[in-house]
Each structure stands twice: as C-alpha cells, then as structure tokens.
Design a protein around this ligand. Structure first.
Ligand code: THU
Length: 138
C-alpha cells in the first residue's frame, strides 16, 4: 500500500464521489462510485446497479471497466473507488481488473471525507489466474 496523495489521485476520487451519487442501491443502501483512468487520459465512471433478483446486481468497478472497454480502451493506470467504509474491490472486480490492469494498476480506495489508501491489483490479487494459464488455442 502506498501512502500519501497527489493531484491525480484526488481528482480521480472527486470524480468517483460524483459517480457514487448515481448508484442504484434500493436493497443494500450501500452506494459505490468508481472512476477509472485509462492510459489515453480518459476517465470512465461507474456506480453499482442493483436488481430485485439480487445476484444480477453489478459493482461500480465493473461498470466503469466495461464502459471503458466498450469505448475501445484496453490499458489503464488507476481506479478510484469511493464508499462510506473505504471498501476494497470485491474478488470478482479484482479478477476483472487484473485482466486489463496487469499487476501495476493502482486501486485507490477512499471515503467521502477524503481518507484514502492506495494498493495495486497485484497486492490485492496475488498469483491471479490469467490468460497465461490457459492452454494454447487450437
Ligand atoms: N459493491 C461494489 O459496487 N463494489 C465492490 O467492490 C463491493 C460491493 C456493491 C455491490 C452491492 O450493490 C453493494 O455494494 C453491497 O454489496
């Protein structure tokens, strides 16, 4: 974990905080906002979107990542995630981020009061399953 903050991180947190306002959370009442910085410089936002069929709910991080990939992005620098409790991304989101982020992608977790911690995907999901573990395709 890296301590301290820079303008880049603070800006990304501010965007994630704004995205959190859009969260659709009638069941958990736990809004999450995400802001993903692509290497292109573009920032993609996400919020969690829940469903009456609970298992169909999707996390803020995956919404941001899927939006970015659908827009043509493949390489990312950092993602900020804002929750009331400085939650780190769930296991599913770590795996999905690892697919595109390699181990260096920064994961900035923050709360609305401005507290933050920075991790890398490699720290949060060591020895992850990747395409390298798949057999060569025929
Ligand atoms: N959630 C996220 O959006 N990101 C995470 O990494 C953890 C959990 C959402 C899913 C659900 O809408 C709510 O938080 C409570 O689990």
């Amino acid at each position: 974990m890296i301590e301290g903050s820079s303008r880049k991180e603070e800006d990304l947190i501010a965007v994630a905080l704004e995205a959190r306002k859009k969260a659709y959370v009638p069941y958990s009442h736990f809004p999450v906002g995400a802001a993903l910085l692509a290497e292109s410089g573009q920032v993609y936002t996400g919020c969690n979107v829940e469903n009456a069929s609970y298992g169909l709910s999707i996390c803020a991080e995956r919404v941001a990542l899927f939006k970015a990939v659908a827009a043509g992005e493949r390489q990312f620098e950092a993602i900020a995630v804002v929750t009331e409790t400085m939650a780190t991304p769930c296991g599913s989101c770590r795996q999905v981020l690892a697919e595109f982020g390699e181990s260096e992608l920064q994961i900035i977790v923050a709360d609305p009061e401005g507290q933050m911690e920075i991790y890398t995907v490699g720290e949060l999901l060591p020895a992850s399953f990747t395409a390298q573990h798949l057999p060569p395709s025929t």
